[in-house]
Design a protein around this ligand. Structure first.
Ligand code: DX5
Ligand code: ZN
Length: 216
């Protein structure tokens, strides 16, 4: 069993003051930062690019968990590796050779993750589960923070968790979208161990208590 991790999403921080967002995550006693990269093509929104990641890198030791919502993630592996990402997650639905991209991420010395949208058949992930350090089950359609959690994804989380147990594998199982104390508990009961929280984290009156409640 992997220890539970809370990864606040920088997308929900003030985009005019990312450094303060990073400090807020550190102040809450957390070790991971989830960084959402959107290209306005794979998803209908644009966030920010490798320069932001590179400029934040010297400010913190937080583990940079970078979620690439890009149509061609393979074209940006080198740029995000250079920017200081420690983990790169790519979508199974994107336009690339998934196995090749995962291999490129690992060859760059980073942890590799595979993500699926809420409506994807989790069996699509099966060919890649031997090659990943993390599986991300999106609990909203990617593109925007602040959306409502989709309980239908719990079944996919259970499927991936069962497959992980069957293989004796230990990749992380991450959820992302609409995560709060209540939905986070449902995901953990289903087998998730890595909880991305954007809105709920940055809006929490007591962020430390919020993170503690998510991992309780
Ligand atoms: C959605 C992003 C998420 C998002 C989560 O496209 O991948 O990481 O920031 O935000 P909340 O927690 O607000 O749903
Ligand atoms: Zn994300």
């Amino acid at each position: 069993m992997n220890p539970a991790v809370v990864a606040p999403s920088l997308l929900a921080a003030d985009h005019g003051a990312f450094a303060q967002g990073v400090l807020a995550v550190e102040a809450a006693g957390l070790g991971w930062l989830h960084i959402d990269i959107m290209d306005g093509h794979f998803v209908p929104n644009i966030s920010f690019g490798p320069q932001v990641v590179a400029d934040l890198r010297p400010l913190t030791k937080l583990h940079f968990d970078v979620h690439l919502m890009l149509s061609h993630p393979d074209r940006y592996v080198a740029a995000f590796a250079k920017a200081g990402a420690e983990r790169l997650t790519v979508h199974v639905e994107a336009d690339h050779d998934v196995a090749k991209t995962l291999a490129a991420i690992k060859a760059a010395g980073l942890s590799a993750g595979i993500a699926m949208n809420p409506d994807a058949d989790p069996r699509r992930l099966l060919p890649f589960l031997g090659d990943v350090d993390l599986v991300l089950c999106m609990t909203v359609f990617p593109g925007f923070g602040g959306q409502a959690f989709m309980p239908s994804v719990l079944e996919s989380i259970r499927f991936v968790a069962a497959e992980r147990a069957r293989r004796g594998a230990n990749f992380r199982l991450e959820v992302d979208g609409g995560i709060n104390v209540e939905t986070g508990r449902l995901c953990r009961e289903a087998g998730a161990d890595t909880l991305v929280a954007g809105t709920a984290f940055f809006k929490a009156a007591d962020r430390k208590a919020f993170a503690a409640a998510l991992t309780a």
